[in-house]
Design a protein around this ligand. Sequence first.
Ligand SMILES: Cc1cc2nc3c(=O)[nH]c(=O)nc-3n(C[C@H](O)[C@H](O)[C@H](O)COP(=O)(O)OP(=O)(O)OC[C@H]3O[C@@H](n4cnc5c(N)ncnc54)[C@H](O)[C@@H]3O)c2cc1C
Ligand SMILES: NC(=O)C1=CN([C@@H]2O[C@H](COP(=O)(O)OP(=O)(O)OC[C@H]3O[C@@H](n4cnc5c(N)ncnc54)[C@H](OP(=O)(O)O)[C@@H]3O)[C@@H](O)[C@H]2O)C=CC1
Ligand SMILES: CC(C)=CCC[C@@H](C)[C@H]1CC[C@H]2C3=C(CC[C@]12C)[C@@]1(C)CC[C@H](O)C[C@@H]1CC3
Length: 529
Amino acid sequence: MHLDSANFGLSDKIFYFIPATIVILISWVKYKGLEHVLINYRWIFVCLFLLPISVIYDTLFFIRSKLIFLLNAAPKQHDERVKHVQKQVRKWVEAGRPSRMCTARPGWQNISFRRGKYKSTLTNIEVNLMDILSVDTERKVVRAEPMVSMGQMTALLNPIGWTLPVLPELDDLTVGGLIMGVGIESSSHLYGLFQHCCISFELVLADGSLVKCSKEENSDLFYAVPWSYGTLGFLVAAEMSIIPAKKYVRLEYTPLTSRQQISSLFPATASSSEKFDFVETLAYDRDSAVLMTGRLTDDCEFDKVNAIGRWYKPWFFKHVEGYLLRNKKGVEYIPLRDYYHRHSRSIFWELQDIVPFGNNIIFRILCGWMVPPKVSLLKLTQGETIKRLYENHHMVQDMLVPMDKLNDSLDCFHKHVNLYPLWLCPFVLPNEQGMVHPRSSASSEMYVDIGAYGEPKVPNYHPRETTRKIEQFVSDCDGFQMLYADSYLTEQEFRKMFDHNLYDKMRRELDCEKAFPEVYNKVCRAARD
Ligand SMILES: Cc1cc2nc3c(=O)[nH]c(=O)nc-3n(C[C@H](O)[C@H](O)[C@H](O)COP(=O)(O)OP(=O)(O)OC[C@H]3O[C@@H](n4cnc5c(N)ncnc54)[C@H](O)[C@@H]3O)c2cc1C
Ligand SMILES: NC(=O)C1=CN([C@@H]2O[C@H](COP(=O)(O)OP(=O)(O)OC[C@H]3O[C@@H](n4cnc5c(N)ncnc54)[C@H](OP(=O)(O)O)[C@@H]3O)[C@@H](O)[C@H]2O)C=CC1
Ligand SMILES: CC(C)=CCC[C@@H](C)[C@H]1CC[C@H]2C3=C(CC[C@]12C)[C@@]1(C)CC[C@H](O)C[C@@H]1CC3
């Protein structure tokens, strides 16, 4: 057959173009090496596949949750869904309690670095309750099911002038995970952790019974639930307080250019009688940072409004760094929902390791509307090569330490990981019973969450040894490790860090021994892959 331009139509060009491209690609991968391509060119897969799929996924879910709430269907279905949870647990009891239980939520969907190995060996109980049940503006309470995400919360509450006192910033964080684990935001210096803004929990217990707990009712259980990681029962609803929201956050950026400034100005601001609504610091090196203080407001200076959530806008941490580089203070008015999700588009600063050019203005204008890729999809598709790279050359940790240990803590992180930016988020820790409380007798104590996410820049970084050194330091400071991250603590060290008195009491009273693993056996490094 003789080929010439006359009989070589478009379909022929496409027909031959595709296999030719595939052959070239395969040759390129063979030349470069699959591992190198998977890691250094992951952005190709992310941009071509994960970003569009993420858009479709979020669009469908947004429409669904809007319809459900508009049709007011959730409350009617809620009771049926709770009965389904109870039925599954009773069936497990009748079967002779074959193995301990956990939720059936696939491990790749949660906002943690790993998946629980226990998902494949324990009895999985479906707890697919994902709707906001009611917003009571008289009582200032929102009642929600555990799979409700923070993105759903802001989408519903903010437009009607309300918000959660503590609304953690990643869209896909769920009410259940933030209660059974931990949740924090830059308003936590006023309101504490996510658990401290909760009014009541409704749980299905190991015998299939439904129980409600609050400070006034079954209070021991109420204080034992936070940080219990689903090992006392299945959460089926929670009531959280809501506070009036305003349209903007007046955000003031203050560059800090010395260790002394960081360790004095930041703690003083967090405890300041000025009571800023939001306080947060991003540290870009051991002696340079940007302190951000925010106030809710309905008024604004229009020339200073910055809708940082718009797809074409720079990544927030890069925008903030600009104030440091210019060594110049600044004030902006940021729409509230944009503020809450300020770190979502760049997944804090994690996206720079995945799509290195993601903050480029051309990429942002053309593809920014699809960003960020869903954390769950990144986790689902990362494969062993990327997982191994993150295992050996990446840290994701949040350590909660008393504010008066800030300076020593930053020295410890600088020495062992030299990883920046660091997220410094202050929070007040009330002295209540439960797994996490100050060791002092004070009614409450100011703590700070040090978030380290990225590639350690020390020559001798080793995930286990390095993390254990930091864990030891944090434990010696009467601090706590966030348990979504890799915990290399031994069980004895874990029980030293977290107060198990009330937890053990509730495990006995609720007959949990055969029903659920202990927390340690769900969160330790050996329990996750
Ligand atoms: C956990 C992690 C995830 C990353 N993901 C991506 C990504 O998805 N896409 C992307 O373009 N860039 C990614 N990067 C950035 C990547 O480090 C650089 O783009 C570039 O690959 C650096 O390669 P290097 O050999 O000079 O690494 P160096 O900075 O010299 O790192 C020293 C050693 O660390 C290991 N290492 C570090 N980075 C990599 C890597 N990317 N591949 C294999 N081994 C590595 C290797 O053993 C390397 O020799 C990632 C980096 C890390 C640490
Ligand atoms: N700003 C912040 O505060 C941020 C917090 N995080 C971390 O992310 C976590 C939240 O991630 P998310 O994906 O929402 O939560 P997960 O699905 O990871 O749940 C966390 C734990 O809570 C248990 N759990 C969740 N829902 C229920 C329920 N209805 N009944 C019983 N147990 C339940 C899970 O049990 P099981 O394993 O059986 O499913 C799991 O052990 C937080 O704990 C936090 O540590 C991460 C990023 C930011
Ligand atoms: C603000 C607080 C308290 C914590 C923030 C933690 C997040 C930065 C991490 C929680 C889960 C992490 C995952 C990744 C990046 C960092 C987190 C979002 C990945 C997306 C990194 C790339 C991997 O291939 C998949 C990871 C999934 C979990």
